[in-house]
Design a protein around this ligand. Structure first.
Ligand SMILES: C[S@@+](CC[C@H](N)C(=O)[O-])C[C@H]1O[C@@H](n2cnc3c(N)ncnc32)[C@H](O)[C@@H]1O
Length: 460
Protein backbone atom coordinates (compact mmCIF):
# COMPACT_ATOMS: atom_id res chain seq x y z
CA UNK A 1 0.00 0.00 0.00
CA UNK A 2 1.45 3.39 -1.00
CA UNK A 3 1.33 5.97 1.79
CA UNK A 4 1.67 9.76 1.48
CA UNK A 5 5.40 10.59 1.51
CA UNK A 6 5.10 13.34 4.13
CA UNK A 7 3.22 10.95 6.41
CA UNK A 8 5.87 8.24 5.99
CA UNK A 9 8.70 10.68 6.73
CA UNK A 10 7.04 11.93 9.89
CA UNK A 11 6.25 8.42 11.17
CA UNK A 12 9.79 7.25 10.38
CA UNK A 13 11.17 10.18 12.39
CA UNK A 14 8.84 9.52 15.34
CA UNK A 15 9.09 5.74 15.45
CA UNK A 16 12.75 5.27 14.56
CA UNK A 17 13.67 1.58 14.98
CA UNK A 18 10.01 0.63 15.31
CA UNK A 19 9.11 2.06 11.92
CA UNK A 20 9.66 -1.10 9.80
CA UNK A 21 7.30 -3.08 12.07
CA UNK A 22 4.71 -0.28 11.78
CA UNK A 23 5.08 -0.19 7.98
CA UNK A 24 4.77 -3.99 7.73
CA UNK A 25 1.63 -3.96 9.85
CA UNK A 26 -0.04 -1.49 7.47
CA UNK A 27 0.60 -3.94 4.63
CA UNK A 28 -1.26 -6.74 6.44
CA UNK A 29 -5.05 -7.19 6.24
CA UNK A 30 -7.07 -5.36 8.85
CA UNK A 31 -8.52 -7.13 11.90
CA UNK A 32 -12.31 -7.58 12.02
CA UNK A 33 -14.37 -7.12 15.13
CA UNK A 34 -17.87 -7.25 16.52
CA UNK A 35 -19.08 -5.96 19.87
CA UNK A 36 -21.88 -7.88 21.56
CA UNK A 37 -24.72 -5.86 23.07
CA UNK A 38 -25.30 -6.64 26.74
CA UNK A 39 -28.81 -5.25 26.17
CA UNK A 40 -29.48 -8.53 24.31
CA UNK A 41 -27.20 -11.17 25.80
CA UNK A 42 -24.12 -11.47 28.04
CA UNK A 43 -21.10 -11.24 25.69
CA UNK A 44 -19.43 -14.39 27.02
CA UNK A 45 -22.69 -16.33 26.65
CA UNK A 46 -23.00 -15.20 23.05
CA UNK A 47 -19.38 -16.11 22.34
CA UNK A 48 -20.05 -19.63 23.64
CA UNK A 49 -23.07 -20.18 21.36
CA UNK A 50 -22.25 -17.98 18.34
CA UNK A 51 -22.14 -19.49 14.85
CA UNK A 52 -18.88 -17.52 14.26
CA UNK A 53 -15.27 -18.06 15.30
CA UNK A 54 -14.89 -15.44 18.01
CA UNK A 55 -11.79 -14.58 20.03
CA UNK A 56 -11.84 -11.91 22.75
CA UNK A 57 -10.55 -8.38 22.17
CA UNK A 58 -8.28 -7.88 25.22
CA UNK A 59 -9.14 -4.20 25.76
CA UNK A 60 -12.96 -4.45 25.53
CA UNK A 61 -14.87 -7.25 27.31
CA UNK A 62 -17.81 -6.99 24.90
CA UNK A 63 -15.54 -7.21 21.85
CA UNK A 64 -14.48 -10.18 19.71
CA UNK A 65 -12.33 -10.68 16.64
CA UNK A 66 -13.78 -12.76 13.81
CA UNK A 67 -11.97 -14.13 10.77
CA UNK A 68 -12.09 -12.40 7.42
CA UNK A 69 -13.77 -15.47 5.92
CA UNK A 70 -16.93 -15.07 8.03
CA UNK A 71 -19.70 -12.51 7.54
CA UNK A 72 -21.50 -11.69 10.81
CA UNK A 73 -22.72 -8.45 9.20
CA UNK A 74 -24.91 -10.59 6.94
CA UNK A 75 -26.69 -12.57 9.61
CA UNK A 76 -30.14 -12.36 11.26
CA UNK A 77 -28.45 -11.71 14.64
CA UNK A 78 -26.92 -8.55 13.20
CA UNK A 79 -30.36 -7.34 12.10
CA UNK A 80 -31.71 -8.17 15.57
CA UNK A 81 -29.10 -5.88 17.16
CA UNK A 82 -27.24 -8.66 18.97
CA UNK A 83 -23.92 -7.07 18.02
CA UNK A 84 -22.39 -4.07 16.29
CA UNK A 85 -19.63 -4.53 13.72
CA UNK A 86 -16.82 -2.34 15.00
CA UNK A 87 -13.15 -1.91 14.23
CA UNK A 88 -11.43 -3.52 17.26
CA UNK A 89 -9.25 -0.53 18.29
CA UNK A 90 -12.34 1.71 18.30
CA UNK A 91 -13.75 -0.44 21.11
CA UNK A 92 -11.12 0.97 23.49
CA UNK A 93 -12.97 4.28 23.64
CA UNK A 94 -16.27 2.94 24.99
CA UNK A 95 -14.37 0.68 27.38
CA UNK A 96 -12.38 3.64 28.77
CA UNK A 97 -15.51 5.80 29.03
CA UNK A 98 -17.09 3.04 31.10
CA UNK A 99 -20.54 4.66 31.21
CA UNK A 100 -22.62 3.58 34.20
CA UNK A 101 -26.37 2.97 34.61
CA UNK A 102 -28.02 6.16 35.86
CA UNK A 103 -25.42 8.59 34.51
CA UNK A 104 -26.00 11.45 32.10
CA UNK A 105 -23.79 10.67 29.13
CA UNK A 106 -23.18 12.67 25.95
CA UNK A 107 -21.56 11.35 22.78
CA UNK A 108 -20.87 14.64 21.01
CA UNK A 109 -19.57 13.37 17.62
CA UNK A 110 -21.59 10.21 17.44
CA UNK A 111 -22.37 9.01 13.89
CA UNK A 112 -22.58 6.24 12.80
CA UNK A 113 -22.99 5.16 16.42
CA UNK A 114 -20.12 2.81 17.29
CA UNK A 115 -19.24 4.50 20.56
CA UNK A 116 -22.86 5.43 21.40
CA UNK A 117 -24.07 1.86 21.19
CA UNK A 118 -21.11 0.73 23.31
CA UNK A 119 -22.00 3.33 25.96
CA UNK A 120 -25.66 2.25 25.77
CA UNK A 121 -24.75 -1.36 26.48
CA UNK A 122 -22.93 -0.34 29.64
CA UNK A 123 -25.86 1.82 30.82
CA UNK A 124 -28.46 -0.99 30.62
CA UNK A 125 -31.23 1.46 29.76
CA UNK A 126 -30.79 3.49 32.94
CA UNK A 127 -29.86 7.18 32.89
CA UNK A 128 -29.69 9.50 29.90
CA UNK A 129 -27.64 9.01 26.75
CA UNK A 130 -27.54 11.94 24.33
CA UNK A 131 -26.05 11.07 20.93
CA UNK A 132 -25.28 14.07 18.76
CA UNK A 133 -24.16 14.33 15.16
CA UNK A 134 -23.61 17.65 13.38
CA UNK A 135 -24.23 16.36 9.82
CA UNK A 136 -27.90 15.74 9.07
CA UNK A 137 -27.37 12.71 6.80
CA UNK A 138 -25.06 11.02 9.27
CA UNK A 139 -27.50 11.76 12.11
CA UNK A 140 -30.08 9.65 10.25
CA UNK A 141 -27.63 6.73 10.16
CA UNK A 142 -26.90 7.27 13.86
CA UNK A 143 -30.63 7.11 14.65
CA UNK A 144 -30.89 3.85 12.68
CA UNK A 145 -28.03 2.30 14.69
CA UNK A 146 -29.73 3.29 17.95
CA UNK A 147 -32.96 1.75 16.71
CA UNK A 148 -31.37 -1.51 15.54
CA UNK A 149 -29.51 -1.93 18.83
CA UNK A 150 -32.76 -1.44 20.79
CA UNK A 151 -31.50 1.46 22.92
CA UNK A 152 -34.31 2.78 25.13
CA UNK A 153 -32.77 5.77 26.91
CA UNK A 154 -31.27 7.82 24.10
CA UNK A 155 -31.99 11.24 22.62
CA UNK A 156 -30.48 11.57 19.14
CA UNK A 157 -29.82 15.13 18.02
CA UNK A 158 -28.42 16.85 14.96
CA UNK A 159 -26.86 19.91 16.52
CA UNK A 160 -23.69 21.95 16.68
CA UNK A 161 -21.65 21.60 19.88
CA UNK A 162 -22.24 25.36 20.48
CA UNK A 163 -26.02 25.08 20.49
CA UNK A 164 -25.96 22.04 22.75
CA UNK A 165 -23.56 23.76 25.14
CA UNK A 166 -25.97 26.67 25.53
CA UNK A 167 -28.72 24.24 26.56
CA UNK A 168 -26.77 21.91 28.82
CA UNK A 169 -24.17 23.81 30.88
CA UNK A 170 -22.42 21.62 33.49
CA UNK A 171 -24.99 18.90 32.93
CA UNK A 172 -23.30 15.64 31.88
CA UNK A 173 -21.35 13.16 34.02
CA UNK A 174 -19.47 11.74 31.06
CA UNK A 175 -18.81 13.17 27.60
CA UNK A 176 -17.19 11.34 24.71
CA UNK A 177 -15.54 13.44 22.00
CA UNK A 178 -14.58 10.97 19.30
CA UNK A 179 -13.28 13.85 17.27
CA UNK A 180 -13.26 14.40 13.52
CA UNK A 181 -9.57 13.91 12.73
CA UNK A 182 -7.08 13.41 9.91
CA UNK A 183 -7.84 9.67 9.94
CA UNK A 184 -4.27 8.40 9.54
CA UNK A 185 -5.08 5.40 11.74
CA UNK A 186 -7.58 4.21 9.12
CA UNK A 187 -5.26 4.25 6.10
CA UNK A 188 -5.37 0.45 6.05
CA UNK A 189 -9.17 0.10 6.32
CA UNK A 190 -11.05 -1.05 3.21
CA UNK A 191 -12.85 1.59 1.16
CA UNK A 192 -11.62 4.37 3.40
CA UNK A 193 -11.25 7.77 1.79
CA UNK A 194 -8.91 8.94 4.61
CA UNK A 195 -5.75 8.40 2.60
CA UNK A 196 -6.84 10.18 -0.58
CA UNK A 197 -8.18 13.12 1.46
CA UNK A 198 -5.02 13.47 3.55
CA UNK A 199 -2.70 16.45 3.08
CA UNK A 200 0.23 17.54 5.29
CA UNK A 201 -1.91 20.50 6.43
CA UNK A 202 -4.89 18.36 7.48
CA UNK A 203 -3.72 17.63 11.07
CA UNK A 204 -3.47 21.33 11.99
CA UNK A 205 -6.90 22.02 10.45
CA UNK A 206 -8.38 19.10 12.42
CA UNK A 207 -6.60 20.15 15.62
CA UNK A 208 -8.22 23.61 15.45
CA UNK A 209 -11.67 22.05 15.00
CA UNK A 210 -11.04 19.61 17.85
CA UNK A 211 -10.14 22.52 20.16
CA UNK A 212 -13.52 24.16 19.49
CA UNK A 213 -15.43 20.92 20.07
CA UNK A 214 -13.52 20.11 23.27
CA UNK A 215 -14.11 23.62 24.67
CA UNK A 216 -17.85 23.16 24.26
CA UNK A 217 -17.62 19.68 25.83
CA UNK A 218 -15.80 21.28 28.79
CA UNK A 219 -18.75 23.70 29.21
CA UNK A 220 -21.22 20.82 29.29
CA UNK A 221 -19.36 18.58 31.71
CA UNK A 222 -20.41 18.66 35.37
CA UNK A 223 -17.76 19.09 38.04
CA UNK A 224 -16.30 15.66 38.90
CA UNK A 225 -17.23 14.36 35.46
CA UNK A 226 -15.01 12.71 32.84
CA UNK A 227 -14.29 13.70 29.29
CA UNK A 228 -13.00 11.11 26.86
CA UNK A 229 -11.10 12.49 23.88
CA UNK A 230 -10.28 10.10 21.07
CA UNK A 231 -9.13 10.13 17.47
CA UNK A 232 -8.16 7.60 14.83
CA UNK A 233 -4.98 9.39 13.81
CA UNK A 234 -1.27 9.16 14.57
CA UNK A 235 -0.66 12.91 14.14
CA UNK A 236 0.83 14.35 17.38
CA UNK A 237 -0.39 17.81 16.39
CA UNK A 238 -3.87 16.40 17.11
CA UNK A 239 -3.68 13.73 19.90
CA UNK A 240 -1.00 14.88 22.43
CA UNK A 241 -0.97 18.37 20.84
CA UNK A 242 -4.74 18.90 21.09
CA UNK A 243 -4.69 17.56 24.66
CA UNK A 244 -1.77 19.76 25.75
CA UNK A 245 -3.37 22.93 24.41
CA UNK A 246 -6.69 21.95 26.01
CA UNK A 247 -4.98 21.56 29.40
CA UNK A 248 -3.40 25.00 28.93
CA UNK A 249 -6.81 26.57 28.35
CA UNK A 250 -8.57 24.54 31.06
CA UNK A 251 -6.77 24.41 34.40
CA UNK A 252 -9.90 22.76 35.85
CA UNK A 253 -9.06 19.54 33.95
CA UNK A 254 -6.38 16.91 34.48
CA UNK A 255 -5.55 13.72 32.60
CA UNK A 256 -6.85 10.82 34.64
CA UNK A 257 -4.41 7.98 35.29
CA UNK A 258 -6.45 4.91 34.49
CA UNK A 259 -5.01 1.38 34.56
CA UNK A 260 -3.49 0.60 31.16
CA UNK A 261 -5.74 -1.78 29.23
CA UNK A 262 -3.88 -4.80 27.82
CA UNK A 263 -1.97 -4.02 24.58
CA UNK A 264 -2.44 -0.24 24.78
CA UNK A 265 0.69 1.95 24.79
CA UNK A 266 1.38 5.24 26.59
CA UNK A 267 1.12 8.46 24.58
CA UNK A 268 4.16 10.63 23.76
CA UNK A 269 4.15 14.19 25.22
CA UNK A 270 7.61 14.73 23.67
CA UNK A 271 6.13 14.37 20.17
CA UNK A 272 3.94 17.48 20.54
CA UNK A 273 5.04 21.11 20.54
CA UNK A 274 4.95 22.18 24.21
CA UNK A 275 3.57 18.75 25.08
CA UNK A 276 2.12 18.54 28.57
CA UNK A 277 3.94 15.71 30.45
CA UNK A 278 0.60 14.47 31.83
CA UNK A 279 -0.50 13.47 28.35
CA UNK A 280 1.67 10.37 28.91
CA UNK A 281 -1.39 8.99 30.74
CA UNK A 282 -3.28 8.98 27.43
CA UNK A 283 -3.14 5.89 25.21
CA UNK A 284 -2.04 5.06 21.73
CA UNK A 285 -3.17 1.95 19.89
CA UNK A 286 -0.64 0.84 17.32
CA UNK A 287 -1.34 -1.52 14.41
CA UNK A 288 2.07 -3.17 14.91
CA UNK A 289 1.40 -3.84 18.61
CA UNK A 290 -2.17 -5.10 18.52
CA UNK A 291 -4.77 -6.44 16.09
CA UNK A 292 -6.48 -3.21 15.20
CA UNK A 293 -6.07 0.16 13.54
CA UNK A 294 -4.39 3.30 14.90
CA UNK A 295 -6.20 5.13 17.67
CA UNK A 296 -5.61 7.62 20.45
CA UNK A 297 -7.68 8.00 23.64
CA UNK A 298 -7.48 9.94 26.88
CA UNK A 299 -9.69 10.22 29.95
CA UNK A 300 -9.81 13.72 31.44
CA UNK A 301 -11.24 14.62 34.82
CA UNK A 302 -12.99 17.91 35.58
CA UNK A 303 -11.84 18.86 39.03
CA UNK A 304 -14.11 21.82 39.75
CA UNK A 305 -17.58 23.03 38.82
CA UNK A 306 -21.16 22.19 39.70
CA UNK A 307 -23.78 19.80 38.33
CA UNK A 308 -26.81 21.56 36.90
CA UNK A 309 -30.19 20.20 35.93
CA UNK A 310 -31.89 20.98 32.62
CA UNK A 311 -35.53 22.03 32.17
CA UNK A 312 -37.88 19.07 32.06
CA UNK A 313 -40.43 18.30 29.41
CA UNK A 314 -43.74 20.12 29.80
CA UNK A 315 -46.39 18.83 27.45
CA UNK A 316 -49.96 19.96 27.34
CA UNK A 317 -52.54 18.10 25.35
CA UNK A 318 -55.96 19.02 24.01
CA UNK A 319 -58.97 16.99 25.19
CA UNK A 320 -58.88 15.05 21.93
CA UNK A 321 -55.21 14.23 22.34
CA UNK A 322 -55.75 13.08 25.93
CA UNK A 323 -58.45 10.72 24.69
CA UNK A 324 -56.10 9.49 21.95
CA UNK A 325 -53.43 8.74 24.54
CA UNK A 326 -55.93 6.80 26.66
CA UNK A 327 -57.04 4.73 23.70
CA UNK A 328 -53.43 4.17 22.73
CA UNK A 329 -52.67 2.72 26.15
CA UNK A 330 -55.40 0.15 25.63
CA UNK A 331 -54.10 -0.69 22.17
CA UNK A 332 -50.55 -1.12 23.50
CA UNK A 333 -51.92 -3.83 25.79
CA UNK A 334 -52.71 -5.83 22.63
CA UNK A 335 -49.03 -5.76 21.64
CA UNK A 336 -46.96 -6.10 24.77
CA UNK A 337 -47.41 -7.44 28.27
CA UNK A 338 -45.63 -4.50 29.79
CA UNK A 339 -43.76 -1.41 28.66
CA UNK A 340 -40.67 -0.15 30.50
CA UNK A 341 -41.36 2.68 32.96
CA UNK A 342 -41.77 6.05 31.33
CA UNK A 343 -44.14 8.65 30.04
CA UNK A 344 -46.17 8.21 26.87
CA UNK A 345 -46.06 11.24 24.63
CA UNK A 346 -47.85 11.99 21.41
CA UNK A 347 -46.10 13.89 18.61
CA UNK A 348 -48.53 14.41 15.74
CA UNK A 349 -49.74 10.84 15.18
CA UNK A 350 -46.61 9.17 16.63
CA UNK A 351 -46.44 7.70 20.07
CA UNK A 352 -43.20 7.62 22.07
CA UNK A 353 -42.26 6.33 25.48
CA UNK A 354 -39.80 8.50 27.35
CA UNK A 355 -37.95 6.95 30.29
CA UNK A 356 -37.71 9.45 33.16
CA UNK A 357 -34.14 10.56 32.37
CA UNK A 358 -35.17 11.36 28.77
CA UNK A 359 -38.01 13.67 29.80
CA UNK A 360 -36.12 16.85 28.95
CA UNK A 361 -37.35 20.03 27.34
CA UNK A 362 -35.66 19.90 23.95
CA UNK A 363 -37.75 22.62 22.32
CA UNK A 364 -35.77 24.31 19.56
CA UNK A 365 -33.18 21.54 19.22
CA UNK A 366 -33.06 19.31 16.15
CA UNK A 367 -34.11 15.94 17.52
CA UNK A 368 -34.03 12.77 15.42
CA UNK A 369 -35.48 10.39 18.01
CA UNK A 370 -36.14 10.31 21.71
CA UNK A 371 -36.77 7.28 23.92
CA UNK A 372 -38.72 4.40 22.40
CA UNK A 373 -40.89 4.85 19.35
CA UNK A 374 -44.05 2.89 20.13
CA UNK A 375 -46.04 3.30 16.96
CA UNK A 376 -48.31 5.36 14.76
CA UNK A 377 -51.92 6.04 15.61
CA UNK A 378 -54.14 5.35 12.64
CA UNK A 379 -57.94 5.73 12.74
CA UNK A 380 -58.88 3.02 15.24
CA UNK A 381 -55.63 1.17 15.50
CA UNK A 382 -52.04 1.44 16.54
CA UNK A 383 -49.41 0.34 14.05
CA UNK A 384 -46.40 -0.73 16.10
CA UNK A 385 -43.04 0.84 15.26
CA UNK A 386 -40.17 -1.31 14.06
CA UNK A 387 -38.12 0.32 16.85
CA UNK A 388 -40.45 -1.17 19.47
CA UNK A 389 -39.63 -4.69 18.27
CA UNK A 390 -35.92 -4.01 18.86
CA UNK A 391 -36.33 -2.23 22.17
CA UNK A 392 -38.04 -4.98 24.17
CA UNK A 393 -36.94 -8.42 25.29
CA UNK A 394 -39.01 -11.30 23.78
CA UNK A 395 -40.73 -12.07 27.08
CA UNK A 396 -42.39 -8.63 27.01
CA UNK A 397 -44.36 -9.27 23.82
CA UNK A 398 -47.80 -10.79 23.86
CA UNK A 399 -46.94 -13.06 20.94
CA UNK A 400 -43.57 -14.18 19.62
CA UNK A 401 -42.85 -16.32 16.57
CA UNK A 402 -39.40 -17.80 16.96
CA UNK A 403 -37.64 -18.65 13.70
CA UNK A 404 -34.21 -20.16 13.25
CA UNK A 405 -31.07 -18.63 11.77
CA UNK A 406 -29.69 -22.10 11.00
CA UNK A 407 -32.58 -23.40 8.83
CA UNK A 408 -32.96 -20.25 6.72
CA UNK A 409 -36.43 -19.30 8.04
CA UNK A 410 -35.10 -16.14 9.74
CA UNK A 411 -33.42 -15.08 6.48
CA UNK A 412 -36.66 -15.66 4.57
CA UNK A 413 -38.39 -13.29 7.01
CA UNK A 414 -35.67 -10.68 6.43
CA UNK A 415 -36.26 -11.00 2.67
CA UNK A 416 -39.88 -10.00 3.33
CA UNK A 417 -41.47 -13.41 2.77
CA UNK A 418 -44.87 -14.33 4.15
CA UNK A 419 -45.08 -17.78 5.75
CA UNK A 420 -47.62 -20.22 7.22
CA UNK A 421 -47.94 -19.82 10.97
CA UNK A 422 -50.38 -21.46 13.27
CA UNK A 423 -50.60 -18.70 15.86
CA UNK A 424 -53.14 -16.32 17.33
CA UNK A 425 -54.49 -13.51 15.19
CA UNK A 426 -52.68 -10.20 15.53
CA UNK A 427 -49.34 -8.45 15.81
CA UNK A 428 -46.49 -10.84 16.57
CA UNK A 429 -42.83 -10.20 17.29
CA UNK A 430 -40.68 -12.29 14.93
CA UNK A 431 -37.40 -13.55 16.36
CA UNK A 432 -34.32 -15.46 15.23
CA UNK A 433 -33.40 -17.93 17.99
CA UNK A 434 -34.95 -15.63 20.58
CA UNK A 435 -33.56 -12.33 19.22
CA UNK A 436 -36.40 -10.16 17.94
CA UNK A 437 -35.95 -8.86 14.37
CA UNK A 438 -39.27 -7.13 13.66
CA UNK A 439 -43.03 -7.53 13.38
CA UNK A 440 -45.39 -9.86 11.59
CA UNK A 441 -49.18 -9.96 11.62
CA UNK A 442 -50.85 -13.30 11.89
CA UNK A 443 -54.25 -14.09 10.38
CA UNK A 444 -55.81 -17.30 9.09
CA UNK A 445 -52.69 -19.42 9.51
CA UNK A 446 -50.46 -16.96 7.61
CA UNK A 447 -47.83 -14.57 8.99
CA UNK A 448 -47.87 -11.38 6.97
CA UNK A 449 -44.41 -9.86 6.86
CA UNK A 450 -44.00 -6.37 8.38
CA UNK A 451 -40.21 -6.18 8.22
CA UNK A 452 -39.63 -2.62 6.89
CA UNK A 453 -39.32 -2.58 3.10
CA UNK A 454 -36.22 -0.39 3.18
CA UNK A 455 -34.37 -2.90 5.38
CA UNK A 456 -35.25 -6.06 3.52
CA UNK A 457 -32.53 -8.37 2.27
CA UNK A 458 -32.87 -7.83 -1.44
CA UNK A 459 -30.63 -10.11 -3.44
CA UNK A 460 -28.83 -11.36 -0.32
C1 LIG B 1 -14.72 9.95 14.15
S1 LIG B 1 -16.29 10.36 13.62
C2 LIG B 1 -17.29 9.71 14.90
C3 LIG B 1 -17.43 8.21 14.90
C4 LIG B 1 -18.40 7.74 15.94
N1 LIG B 1 -18.06 8.24 17.25
C5 LIG B 1 -18.51 6.23 15.99
O1 LIG B 1 -17.87 5.61 16.82
O2 LIG B 1 -19.27 5.65 15.20
C6 LIG B 1 -16.39 12.07 13.93
C7 LIG B 1 -17.75 12.70 13.73
O3 LIG B 1 -17.66 14.10 14.02
C8 LIG B 1 -18.52 14.80 13.17
N2 LIG B 1 -18.09 16.23 13.07
C9 LIG B 1 -17.49 16.85 12.05
N3 LIG B 1 -17.30 18.15 12.34
C10 LIG B 1 -17.80 18.37 13.54
C11 LIG B 1 -17.92 19.51 14.37
N4 LIG B 1 -17.46 20.69 13.99
N5 LIG B 1 -18.53 19.36 15.56
C12 LIG B 1 -19.01 18.16 15.95
N6 LIG B 1 -18.90 17.05 15.22
C13 LIG B 1 -18.31 17.14 14.03
C14 LIG B 1 -18.43 14.06 11.85
O4 LIG B 1 -19.57 14.29 11.07
C15 LIG B 1 -18.26 12.62 12.30
O5 LIG B 1 -19.51 11.95 12.28
Amino acid sequence: MALPAAFEQRMQRLLGEEYPAFRDALARPQARGLRVSPLKIAPEQFAAQAPFTLTPVPWAPEGFFYPDTERPGRHPYYEAGVYYIQEPSAMAVGALADAKPGERVLDLCAAPGGKTTHLAGRMHGEGLLVANEIHAGRAVILAQSIERMGVQNCIVCNETPERLARRFPEFFDCIVVDAPCSGEGMFRKDDNPAQSEWTPELPSFCAARQAEILDRAADMLAGGGRLIYSTCTFAPEEDEGTLSRFLERHSEFSVQQVPTPEKLSPAHPEWAKNGNPDTRYAFRLWPHKLDGEGHFAAVLHKNTGGRCDAPVLQETYSKKEREQLQTAEQMIADLVKQLPEGRLVLRKDKLWLLPEACQLDVTGLKIKRMGIEIGTLKKNRLEPAHALAHALAPEHFLQVCNLSAADGSAEAYLRGETFPYDGQKGWTAVAADGFVMGWGKCAGGIMKNHYPKGLRWVGK
